[in-house]
Design a protein around this ligand. Structure first.
Ligand code: OFO
Length: 168
């Protein structure tokens, strides 16, 4: 891969590690409220983001590039209601989608067909990431102040498990 593209991959590794860190911070909010299903959802999210970062990391090496790790920024979000937190998750995922698209554009500009093809997995993954968060937000809006329904959703989110993705 050309140097500019390697740098763009390295920046995306950092963005995925930031996502992991952000969701780890959000998970703590739910742990502290004993909403263990929501905490589990974030825990799976943490593992997914880690896998996304490592997928890029391994690919840079596979292509003979150099992995350069940068500092991970402090996770920034507002501790509001549950729906407000998930709205921030959606906003974050939309930002990550734009970063993945920019990275794919960079691979396109470099006419690096292999990198474009590899990044297709991430492009599709972002569609799923956004859709699953939108689903939770719409459930939360339906639930409103109904505590029983909230506990039912918490139980449902407790069943989410991490499946190691096959990237690329
Ligand atoms: Fe890596 O998908 Fe979320 O950020």
């Amino acid at each position: 891969m050309n140097e500019k593209l390697v740098q763009a991959f390295n920046a995306q590794i950092n963005a995925e590690l930031y996502s992991e860190y952000l969701y780890l911070a959000m998970k703590a909010v739910f742990e502290e409220q004993h909403l263990t299903g929501f905490a589990n959802w974030f825990n799976v999210q943490v593992q997914e983001e880690h896998a996304h970062a490592l997928g890029l990391y391994d690919y840079v090496h596979e292509r003979g590039g150099k992995v350069t790790l940068d500092a991970i920024a402090k996770p920034e979000f507002k501790e509001g209601s549950i729906v407000e937190i998930f709205e921030q998750v959606l906003k974050h995922e939309e930002l990550v989608t734009s970063k993945i698209n920019a990275l794919a554009d960079e691979a396109d500009n470099a006419k690096d067909r292999a990198a474009v093809s590899f990044l297709d997995w991430y492009v599709k993954e972002q569609v799923e990431e956004e859709a699953s968060v939108r689903q939770i937000i719409s459930n939360l809006k339906l639930i409103g102040d109904d505590k029983k329904a909230l506990l039912m959703l918490d139980r449902e989110l407790a069943t989410r498990t991490f499946v190691q993705p096959v990237i690329g």
